[in-house]
Design a protein around this ligand. Sequence first.
Ligand SMILES: Cc1cc2nc3c(=O)[nH]c(=O)nc-3n(C[C@H](O)[C@H](O)[C@H](O)COP(=O)(O)OP(=O)(O)OC[C@H]3O[C@@H](n4cnc5c(N)ncnc54)[C@H](O)[C@@H]3O)c2cc1C
Length: 464
Amino acid sequence: MPILSPPPKSFSVTVPVLIVGGGACGLTAALAARGEGSEVLILEKDTIPRGTTSMSQGTMCAAGTRAQKDAGIEDSPEQFFEDVMAKVEGKTDPEFVRVITREAAPTIDWLSADHGIPFAVDRSWNGLGHSVQRLHAPPEKTGEDLMGRLLQAVARAGADLLTDATVVDLFADESGRVLGVRVERPDGSQEDIGCDALILATCGFANNPDMIAQFIPDMAGAHVFTWENSQGNGIRWGLDLGAAVADMTSFQGYGALAHPQEMLFNYNYVIDGGVLVNKRGERFSDEMADVSGQGVKVMRQPDHVAYMIYDEILHNKYKHLHETRQALEVGAVKTGASVSELASALDIPQDALQRTLADLADAKAGKSNDAWGRDFFGTHDLAPPYYGIRVTGAIYHTQGGLEVDENAQVKRASGGLLPNLFAGGGAARGMSGPTCSGYIPAAGICMAMTLGRLAGQAAARLNN
Ligand SMILES: Cc1cc2nc3c(=O)[nH]c(=O)nc-3n(C[C@H](O)[C@H](O)[C@H](O)COP(=O)(O)OP(=O)(O)OC[C@H]3O[C@@H](n4cnc5c(N)ncnc54)[C@H](O)[C@@H]3O)c2cc1C
């Protein structure tokens, strides 16, 4: 994917704001650019835009939103900032985190008020780094639904979207100004499109084994569950143009992917008092310490699997969730009238699971300290019948990427800014710091839509 120079004598068409990638970031950027009165064209590789966004639960963190106020939740960008900095143990750029934590709420409020996307606070998510309830999602709480609503909004706003359009090259001059892109269609034909400003919304590099081996060598060969087009295209173009990158070792992991069905399973069961045990029937972690790092802990267990154990109270509370319904339909969830029956259904040692759940009951009753240091405050004692599901860990998406300023404009490694290049979502550096443990829940969509809005606005204003 080289940077091509010189450009063609003329482009077939030139647009003020060109966006590569039609996921949450690209679509939000398009809405923002249209809001500034700019013409905009989104180029999307797939026939139907879905992206990593469609795999998500469609939730985004933000602090101080109207939805939070309506729900009686007191929160502020300052508190959000403190929570993120605590999660990353101070190991990130505070100025960048200030921008994201300040701009996330206006992004949600604007998408709700101007584009009819009804975000509400997801009250089922507590803790895991957020000191108050600040996860927001459209009613269905799925990424598919979020994508559907964004696509409808983009159509209403009059932004152009060209699908089956893979950007294969960029044209740039010696100053690093992007002049246009080369697009390849499924029949192999190519077209060159010019632009005044370019927004890279191509997500990260989770599905590029070479880049994983280069930047996150510890995770080379690890299980990956992500969108196939997350191949780091935008990051590589940025690097070729001399952009700065940061936190390239960082990623979001997850330790609750139904296995072998390869389906996302809800963590709510754990949050509300369920636990994870390994093939030996033993717990191996404080499951609430770090939801992203939990993925790596699961990957380190025998056969790289774990079993989420919960009870009928939790089953009834969350069985309506989309992911749970799917898992129930395919028979991934097992039940047992007793601990022994559940152990047999899951094919793990009965005695060990009995001991584990007895220890758990003691810890919940305050008779002993939890061996893993987990605080079970507010959770109930698990009671029969019991439920369990085999899960594995995976890399979901990478968190490192192009460094951007407060307008989502890409920084040069040598200082200053590239003249007309913007980035957001997985293509940009996240706010998770250098490791997988710094990921705070729902930061992925937050980075995509917040930076998307900032990029769309600034790219459009560049031409005014
Ligand atoms: C299973 C799973 C669950 C998750 N759950 C959550 C969650 O609930 N909350 C949260 O905040 N985050 C979640 N995340 C992370 C979140 O989904 C991502 O951070 C976010 O969707 C990134 O948005 P994006 O727009 O940058 O990328 P994407 O949504 O992946 O969009 C990028 C688009 O660019 C296109 N593209 C790539 N290269 C080219 C090219 N060369 N030419 C044209 N088009 C191209 C792709 O086809 C794709 O449509 C989850 C991730 C996974 C994998």
